[in-house]
Design a protein around this ligand. Structure first.
Ligand SMILES: *[C@@H]1O[C@H](CO)[C@@H](O)[C@H](O)[C@H]1NC(C)=O
Ligand SMILES: *[C@@H]1O[C@H](CO)[C@@H](O)[C@H](O)[C@H]1NC(C)=O
Ligand SMILES: *[C@@H]1O[C@H](CO)[C@@H](O)[C@H](O)[C@H]1NC(C)=O
Ligand SMILES: *[C@@H]1O[C@H](CO)[C@@H](O)[C@H](O)[C@H]1NC(C)=O
Ligand SMILES: *[C@@H]1O[C@H](CO)[C@@H](O)[C@H](O)[C@H]1NC(C)=O
Ligand SMILES: *[C@@H]1O[C@H](CO)[C@@H](O)[C@H](O)[C@H]1NC(C)=O
Length: 377
């Protein structure tokens, strides 16, 4: 048996060696036994043509290929894996992969996609199961292009999508709603700060959502609702700059009670300093600073109390005053009489002065002035 097997291998090598030479494109290595072609860091400017018919795995990495289109992969019906990472690809034309009827795994990571045709990812029969677009989107235009391409790509069979390391700051609502079978969505190492309602709509089979290494400071009520919609998916939320101020209170509450499988042990405060690295789950309302409004209420109450107290004191003082007056009513009478006498004296003094003032001899000049004015009128 062994000798027959050895003979087969020998004949295999003998038969395949020449065809390898004739069929393997320049700059590539072809491996018939593993059905693999590798074209690694060969400064290629386009996808090599005439790949051997047996190939199932195409690995073209570290080259300088700016554009890929339907001509790049013709007549490769048996190809299941295409790895095109680190090729500086900027443009992906319509129906680029549509002749790869059995393509399951497509790795476009580490490129600079700026132009993605709406039907760039379209393959009849939706064979694609895994798409790696890690570190591949060049700018915001690429994101909107991709959103359209996911919509028109007929990606009904896609199970895993890697969008990590793309500087994504927002996800258009419903971006994934045309990939209903998706089970793993990897969004790690982006710049996401918020999840809005509708972001994950239509994803009924998600098992893993990775939101680690983003810019989340908290999750607001609508975002939590969106996460809650994912049922019992595993949600990774660690490694974000959570700000443990009062606004995080509803997120803590959610972490406290959710049945979702979140990596709650990795969800930690980044700020303020005194809470740095403290786990969010189990934090109390007071710890996250929600006591501030409660304190204000207390202050308000104190103020009201002090007004009441002031009123009471004033009332008491007034009563004491009246009581003293009552006790001294005799003395008061005498005092009032004395005051009246004193006033009378003063008034008489005024009366006397008035009489002196109205003495005609003293008022002469005044009368003269009046007649003077009268004469000249
Ligand atoms: C694909 O594989 C099948 C079966 O292994 C084979 O018959 C066919 O010739 C292959 N296609 C090409 C283009 O080589
Ligand atoms: C692509 O480049 C990155 C960074 O230079 C490297 O980490 C990665 O391993 C490369 N990928 C492949 C498939 O060569
Ligand atoms: C996608 O590609 C990157 C870089 O080539 C790699 O690190 C990552 O593990 C890949 N993603 C998946 C889901 O395999
Ligand atoms: C993205 O890059 C492409 C190619 O450089 C450019 O045409 C496009 O205007 C850029 N979009 C944005 C929003 O900067
Ligand atoms: C995160 O993404 C940036 C840019 O996309 C990349 O340079 C960096 O290596 C990534 N970090 C990790 C830990 O993947
Ligand atoms: C979270 O749960 C802990 C006890 O497990 C409780 O003390 C804390 O008040 C809860 N936090 C919020 C915001 O509900």
């Amino acid at each position: 048996e062994m000798s027959i097997f050895a003979l087969r291998v020998f004949w295999g090598i003998l038969l395949c060696a020449p065809c390898r030479c004739s069929e393997c494109p320049l700059g590539c290595e072809c491996f018939a036994v593993s059905h693999t072609v590798k074209c690694v860091s060969k400064d290629l400017h386009s996808v090599p043509q005439n790949l051997p018919g047996y190939v199932r795995t195409v690995i073209i990495t570290g080259n300088d290929i700016h554009q890929i289109g339907p001509d790049s992969f013709a007549q490769l019906e048996n190809v299941t894996n295409v790895i095109l990472s680190n090729n500086s690809i900027t443009e992906m034309a319509s129906h680029t992969f549509s002749s790869l009827a059995n393509l399951r795994f497509l790795d476009l990571s580490g490129n600079r996609l700026a132009l993605i045709h709406p039907e760039a990812l379209y393959i009849p029969g939706s064979p694609l199961q895994e798409l790696n677009l890690s570190r591949s989107l060049f700018n915001f235009t690429a994101l909107t292009d991709l959103t359209t391409a996911l919509r028109w790509g007929g990606l009904g069979g896609l199970l895993r999508l890697d969008l990590s390391g793309n500087h994504l700051a927002l996800l258009p609502p419903g971006m994934f709603s045309h990939i209903p079978s998706l089970q793993q969505l990897l969004l790690t190492n982006n710049s996401l700060e918020a999840v809005y309602g509708g972001t994950f709509s239509g994803m009924d089979h998600l098992k893993v959502l990775d939101l680690t290494r983003n810019g989340f400071r908290t999750f607001r009520a609508d975002a939590l609702q969106e996460l809650e919609r994912l049922g019992n998916a595993r949600i990774r939320l660690g490694d974000n700059p959570y700000s443990c101020s009062c606004e995080i209170h509803s997120f803590v509450e959610w972490l406290n009670r959710t049945r979702a499988q979140a990596d709650t042990d990795d969800v930690k405060c980044a700020s303020p300093g005194e809470l740095a690295n403290v786990r969010l789950r189990g934090l109390s309302v007071e710890a996250v600073g929600c006591v501030a409004p409660v304190l204000a209420e207390v202050a308000d109450l104190t103020l009201q109390t002090s007004y009441v107290f002031l009123g009471l004191v004033l009332g008491f003082v007034g009563m004491v005053f009246l009581f003293v007056l009552y006790l001294n009513r005799k003395g008061m009478k005498k005092w009032i009489t004395d005051m009246r006498d004193a006033c009378q004296d003063v008034l008489e003094g005024y009366h006397y002065r008035y009489e002196i003032d109205s003495d005609p001899r003293l008022g002469q000049s005044f009368t003269a002035d009046i007649s003077y004015v009268y004469v000249f009128q």
